[in-house]
Design a protein around this ligand. Structure first.
Ligand code: PNS
Length: 168
């Protein structure tokens, strides 16, 4: 039996309800959705790779074995091929996302023509949610409940306290 596999790559620094919404949608479309945290040496982020993987794993545990969480370093298309994925899933929240997503999808198609990129629109209420804005709001003491799961909110507050209010 052919298993339809997709990868959902991102920085997930930290995972938000927007990510979870897209993972739930992807899990309905594919037999296996691999949410994969990318190592980006130019974007060190607030949380370590292991922390992001742990938070993401916890956040999608309710989806069972249709969703896996992993991490990778290198080219996304190499990882996708290694996993036998036929698609890359990405979210498209607002028009300003389009330029980057179009460029990335086109480059990935150039590198791996057999892998299709699917841009999925998140559910209502998630269009303005990004990891970057969540970190900024939390760093200045704003409420982020409803934007990230409670356990991630707690970790975010702890991490920002450790960093004495700094964001990256
Ligand atoms: O959550 P982000 O930061 O928007 O995710 C960007 C990500 C990780 C998907 C992108 O930077 C990526 O694919 N990095 C892996 C390296 C790679 O394959 N680069 C070429 C992509 S065109």
């Amino acid at each position: 039996m052919i298993r339809r596999i997709a990868v959902f790559p991102g920085s997930f620094d930290p995972p938000t309800y927007g990510h979870i919404d897209l993972i739930e949608r992807g899990a309905r479309l594919f037999d296996l959705l691999i949410a994969v945290v990318a190592v980006n040496p130019r974007k060190p982020g607030l949380f370590t790779l292991d922390e992001r993987v742990g938070m993401l794993r916890e956040a999608v545990a309710h989806l069972g074995d249709r969703v896996e969480v992993d991490s990778f370093e290198g080219l996304l298309v190499d990882y996708a091929r290694l996993k036998g994925a036929s698609a890359i899933l990405r979210g498209l929240r607002v028009v300003s996302d389009f330029e980057f997503e179009f460029q990335m999808a086109s480059m990935n198609r150039h590198l791996a023509p057999e892998i299709e990129t699917l841009l999925v629109i998140p559910g209502e209420g998630h269009h303005y949610v990004s990891s970057g804005l969540v970190k900024e709001v939390a760093a200045f003491g704003g409420a982020v409940d409803g934007l990230v799961p409670p356990q991630i909110e707690r970790r975010l507050r702890r991490k920002l306290q450790e960093r004495q209010g700094g964001i990256s």
